[in-house]
Ligand binder design. Sequence first.
Ligand code: A2H
Length: 253
Amino acid sequence: EEAEPQEYMLIKMKVIPPFPPKLMVLEGKNVYLTAATLRPETMYGQTNCWVLPNGNYGAFEINETDVFILTARAARNLAYQMLSRVSEKPTCLVELFGKDLIGLPLKSPLSFYEIIYVLPMQNVLVNKGTGIVTSVPSDSPDDFIAFQELVKNQDFRVACEVKDEWIFPFEAIPIINVPGFGNKSAEKICFDLKIDGPDEKDKLAKAKEITYMKGYNDGIMIVGEFYNQKVQEVKPLIKEKLLKADIAVLYYE
Ligand code: A2H
């Protein structure tokens, strides 16, 4: 563990009722998949949510009304950050596998798509953030490659029981212009570095670093309330806006 804690923003992606049998015990509550992100300014471009199919998750009581679905590890950290119904003690209402979450329809803050779906990704780490990742294929190489993998490979979709209607109505949305990298910087970097698939971890790490630096330093918003403003300037404003509206919370680990 690093000396300095990492701050993430947890985006509250609301599970749209009616709930499937596995989530029935949560009926009547506001249930969220909470995605950890370093780039809240990209939330306009969400196309789906990622979970690890074999990962262990739980539905934890955050207060009287809200339930967050995330890893037990994250729930424990949250309990020490004033985000648990019982202080310093996570309360799990139901244990779940990532598989149980695939296909759930979500309503996510700022997203241009009204409804997006939970999809499988093998590169999701359960020991980082919440184990829930929101997907922005325009600006995140990991998300772009994982999404392409599902689009390209029907056998893979069938194997993980992913329905076509959770994927094909969705595509990367241009949300940020990065001079020299265009309006879908992740796609361009993946193309330039010739990244073939999700197993090319070293190349993906490099692509991630480049898009993160370029997006932050040079990016200009081309959508939303902060149209034409620099990512650097807009990022704290979007953070504050999401926090005020209670559709995101801060999380440290
Ligand atoms: B970022 P760092 Cl558009 N497993 O959010 C794998 N990846 C995870 C994760 C987990 N458990 N938890 C969070 N992440 C992702 C948006 C985004 C992100 C964009 C561009 C770059 C980017 C949309 N996905 O991250 O290892 C989340 O994806 C590049 C740095 O703590 C989170 O921010 O440095 C980022 O990794 C946190 O990465």
